[in-house]
Design a protein around this ligand. Structure first.
Ligand SMILES: Nc1ncnc2c1ncn2[C@@H]1O[C@H](COP(=O)(O)OP(=O)(O)OP(=O)(O)O)[C@@H](O)[C@H]1O
Ligand SMILES: [Mg+2]
Length: 437
């Protein structure tokens, strides 16, 4: 076991039960939180609270948003929290930041907590941006001098100079989020909890937030980051927690967790197996499997952009039939058709295709696809005359991810380089071609 002082967060069988339907539990208001705060010693570095188990577990209008969630986070670790909508991610962060209490279980946090949760949890709506900055700092246990030192930095980061004296109830959700993130990240929390900052705000601000979080993590502070953006999670976090229906199902290296999550999360997955019921194809050719492999032949649920990828299709030929060949089409997530590739050599190889099961593999070079989701289609056709035997669209989807420390990484392009494809091109060294005249 780790020495106690190495741990920033300990969650021990944390459960949260909500009543759904009419009596939806309201989040604690900021005022309530503040009252509680004043009563409890915020400055103390060790915070504990114990939930009370209550009766009525079997009632149909009660749901467990979290059930028996236990984990530990070491000081200075950045941990991503992922999972489908309703998995319990926000609930977990709300419990950690004391917006709400666990129904059962115990949480220990060591260090000042800064949090950016959903809009509506955190700031006091009647107070101005400036007043909220001071209030948040006070809650974090900072002196007004310390807050004043940070004030300009916060306002500059949020780009909210013009509205800093406006009550936050008049802010748009994007403006609110900007200020809330700036406050959470700049008031030197030892533990930073961030929920879905990327969902609000424009792309430029999102990049700025990711950069700031990376900086906070590099300074050795603890970060818990809820996001649906898997690239951001693997970029920022060494580890990740996967929640599923309120339960912690995986806590491991971020890349591993993200890969496993994506492999069963997508409606269109990276691997398809068809049985006899409805295989794509025609009367003589039936698709059996489609999947991706790496250069060693291992199946891939996702791939990194700098990795060569084999797209494999297995099919059955039911009779000996005249020659045919294959092609693929690749589409990006906005359904832009990126390219087609035909298996031209197959024409020379054989004149008749015997009955049996076949596998064909087409290799996509490394550094071709962008990061994002790609859908693959597969077709069989004949030439002379050209005839398409069948074309099966959207058979599999592959998630491409940017590498964490890719050489193509550029400070200004945290979300990745723009463009439909990401080829690695050869650049000749600059040469001076003439002297100034
Ligand atoms: N205040 C509440 N009252 C009743 N039920 C709630 C409340 N807050 C959350 N829930 C329920 O608890 C479950 C977990 O919700 P939570 O917001 O933690 O999910 P999430 O993982 O953050 O989802 P998302 O990805 O959509 O943000 C859901 O079924 C949700 O409907
Ligand atoms: Mg949420």
């Amino acid at each position: 076991m780790q020495p106690m002082n190495n741990l920033a967060i300990q969650a021990d069988r944390v459960s949260k039960r909500y009543r759904i339907g009419s009596a939806r539990e309201r989040n604690r208001t900021f005022r309530e939180a503040l009252t509680k705060t004043i009563a409890a010693p915020w400055r103390s570095l060790r915070r504990q609270f114990q939930g009370k188990a209550t009766a009525g577990n079997g009632s149909p209008d009660l749901i467990w948003a979290l059930k028996d969630v236990s984990f530990e986070v070491r000081r200075g670790e950045a941990v991503g929290i992922i999972g489908r909508n309703g998995a319990g991610k926000s609930t977990l962060l709300k419990i950690l930041s004391r917006i709400t209490e666990p129904t059962e279980g115990r949480i220990v946090l060591r260090g000042r907590v800064g949090s950016l949760l959903e809009v509506g949890t955190g700031f006091h709506s009647e107070l101005t941006g400036e007043e909220n900055i001071y209030l948040s700092g006070t809650i974090l246990g900072m002196s007004s001098q310390e807050i004043s030192r940070k004030f300009d930095e916060i306002v500059a980061f949020s780009e909210m100079e013009r509205f800093i004296n406006t009550p936050v109830k008049h802010y748009s959700s994007g403006m609110y989020m900007r200020l809330a993130f700036a406050v959470a990240a700049h008031l030197e929390p030892e533990i930073l909890l961030v929920d879905e900052v990327l969902a609000v705000g424009d792309a430029a601000f999102q990049r700025k937030c990711l950069g700031k979080m990376e900086h906070v993590a590099q300074e050795g502070r603890t970060v818990l980051f809820v996001s649906h953006n898997m690239t951001a999670v693997t970029d920022l976090c060494q580890k990740a927690i996967l929640l599923q229906n309120g339960q912690l199902v995986q806590y491991d290296d971020a890349k591993t967790v993200v890969r496993d999550y994506l492999s069963f999360n997508e409606e269109l997955s990276s691997e398809r197996i068809w049985d006899d019921r409805n295989p794509p194809g025609n009367e003589q050719i039936k698709l059996r499997q489609a999947y991706f492999v790496d250069s060693h032949g291992n199946k891939l649920a996702m791939a990194f952009i700098n990795q060569e990828i084999g797209f494999c299709v297995e099919y059955e030929v039911l009779d000996d039939i005249p020659f045919f060949t294959h092609s693929i089409n690749v589409f990006n997530e906005t359904e832009v058709h990126l390219f087609t590739s035909h298996d031209d050599h197959a024409y020379e190889r054989s004149a008749e295709i015997k009955r049996g099961r076949y596998r064909t593999i087409v290799w996509l070079p490394a550094d071709l696809l962008q990061d994002g989701d790609f859908e693959f289609s597969f077709a069989c056709m004949r030439y002379n005359p050209f005839i398409i035997l069948f074309h099966e669209r959207r058979i599999v989807r592959l998630k491409m991810m940017d590498t964490i420390h890719s050489a193509t990484r550029h400070e200004n392009y945290r979300e990745g380089l723009p463009g439909l494809i990401r080829p690695k091109l050869k650049w000749d060294e600059r040469k001076r071609v003439s002297d100034p005249s």
